[in-house]
Design a protein around this ligand. Structure first.
Ligand SMILES: C[S@@+](CC[C@H](N)C(=O)[O-])C[C@H]1O[C@@H](n2cnc3c(N)ncnc32)[C@H](O)[C@@H]1O
Length: 449
């Protein structure tokens, strides 16, 4: 586009992803990465990407007192941690305000509802999982990382140099990229290289166990991958998935190629098995704080029974069972439920913690039809709300409290609204699992009015 906005433009807000937002003289909104709300910036050329406008902050009139050195040489061009250049306190203030806004707007909470800040991750080295796209760097080598911001012209962001990743995942991303490069694997391109590599999913445990999924646009040479990708790694499970043209997504249909089918995450006293495509915590170090909050907020009494919807491989259900509470965990991911059952046996808790495969919408109705009731319900979700049908099922179980947990405040807020007017939010909390990003885990405890 090449248009310049003259003078110093104020940053008026953050967008959902944590990038600054400014308003151009013609009223259009433009994304400005690497800034703080309230700063006045000289905007560079405006570029259009993904139906959004973007511009760099070329100069900042009065830099925010909350700025820090980002401690990452790729930070300016990287979309991964849009708040990394701000102090922890400032990150909290901005994110708490946006999360509160969603809860008030979509969940009907009063604007002054108290919010608890739960202990979260350290600033660096916390991410045990990466979803990377391949790209070719300036020297012609294959790298695994992220697409750069539209305001910057670099080949890509190399996740093997990302300070937010754990040391183990950084090292694995670097050596995987070298292996794939040696095998002459090329990045996917719908037009010119439809057979290419579309994504790489990596999850690394503390003890060196790892899972890798290579997602291709067409059937790859599996024998070459088996022989050439991390051949000497004794604890690496190598998987492949083929994503049809025009389709998107990761972990759609991972098929094992070589090595162990699962890895283990150590969380407190548990060594949790996870088998693809089971969901595993991205920031395992924060799970003990989440478990502690679940136990403290639910405070199950003697004889009380919990149903956890979205139990995954079982970290929250097992924490409840360990302190004597009978728990039934439900998840639509079969691999996760098998892992949860295995983890309960390993922990000696399978008498108290049982798990079933089921989609929440139907599973709760079936439980009710079978005469099941729950004193307490945990609803642990993904980025989408569970929705009215699930909330109707939860209400019908007549619990004395519902604890909603989710990575999107908007999704939790919608579920709060769908719980209906007979339920009210008591404790509300935020847990920082992904420092530097716009996302906080939201916890809301609902009780009947
Ligand atoms: C964020 S994970 C949490 C897993 C686990 N509670 C933990 O702390 O590790 C959410 C889980 O909800 C499950 N899930 C999402 N929607 C569901 C649905 N409609 N019915 C059943 N399970 C669902 C997913 O498969 C996933 O395992």
């Amino acid at each position: 586009m090449g248009a310049h906005a003259p003078g110093a433009t104020p940053i008026v807000a953050l967008d959902r992803s944590g990038h600054g937002v400014a308003v151009l003289p013609d009223g259009r909104r433009v994304r400005v990465p690497g800034v703080d709300v309230g700063e006045h910036v000289a905007l560079g050329p405006v570029v259009e990407a993904g139906r959004r406008l973007w511009a760099r902050a070329e100069a900042i009139a009065a830099p925010s007192p909350h700025r820090l050195a980002p401690g990452c040489d790729q930070a300016a061009a990287c979309p991964g941690c849009p708040l990394r250049h701000l102090s922890d306190a400032r990150q909290w203030t901005l994110r708490e305000a946006s999360h509160r806004g969603a809860l008030v707007r979509l969940g009907g909470l009063p604007a002054d509802h108290p919010i608890e800040r739960l202990p979260g991750a350290a600033r660096d080295g916390y991410r045990a999982r990466a979803v990377a796209r391949p790209y070719v760097d300036e020297q012609g080598r294959l790298r695994l990382g992220l697409r750069e911001l539209p305001t910057h012209s670099v080949a890509g962001i190399d996740l093997s140099r990302c300070p937010a990743q754990t040391e183990g995942s950084r090292a694995l991303l670097a050596s995987l990229a070298a292996d794939l490069d040696a095998l002459r694997i090329v990045p996917f391109d719908e037009e010119t290289r439809p057979h290419g590599l579309r994504h790489v999913v990596v999850q690394v445990a503390d003890d060196g166990e790892a899972q890798v999924v290579l997602g291709f646009g067409a059937e790859p040479d599996r024998a070459a991958l088996v022989a050439g990708v991390q051949p000497a790694h004794p604890h690496l499970g190598l998987h492949v998935e083929v994503i049809l043209p025009h389709k998107h997504g990761t972990l759609v249909r991972p098929e094992p190629l070589r090595g162990p089918a699962h890895l283990h995450l150590t969380v407190g006293p548990d060594r949790l098995r996870g088998t693809l495509p089971a969901w595993l915590p991205q920031t395992p170090a924060t799970v003990p704080a989440l478990q502690a909050a679940v136990l403290d907020w639910l405070a199950p009494g003697p004889g009380e029974r919990v149903i956890e919807v979205g139990c995954g491989v079982g970290p929250l259900s097992l924490a409840l069972a360990r302190q004597g509470t009978p728990v039934l965990g439900i998840d639509h991911n079969r691999a996760a439920v098998l892992d949860a059952q295995h983890n309960a046996v390993q922990a000696g808790l399978n008498e108290r913690a049982t798990f079933r495969v089921g989609r929440a919408e139907k599973a709760l109705r079936r439980l009710l039809a079978g005469g099941e009731r729950a004193d307490l319900v945990v609803l642990h979700g993904m980025r989408k709300p569970y929705g009215p049908a699930v909330l109707a099922g939860v209400r019908a179980l007549t619990p004395r409290a519902i604890l909603m947990i989710g990575p999107s405040a908007g999704a939790v807020a919608r579920d709060v609204a769908d719980a209906g007017p007979a339920w009210q939010v008591g404790r509300l909390g935020l847990l920082d699992q992904l420092p530097g990003t716009a996302w906080l885990l939201t916890l809301a405890l609902l009780t009947p009015r």
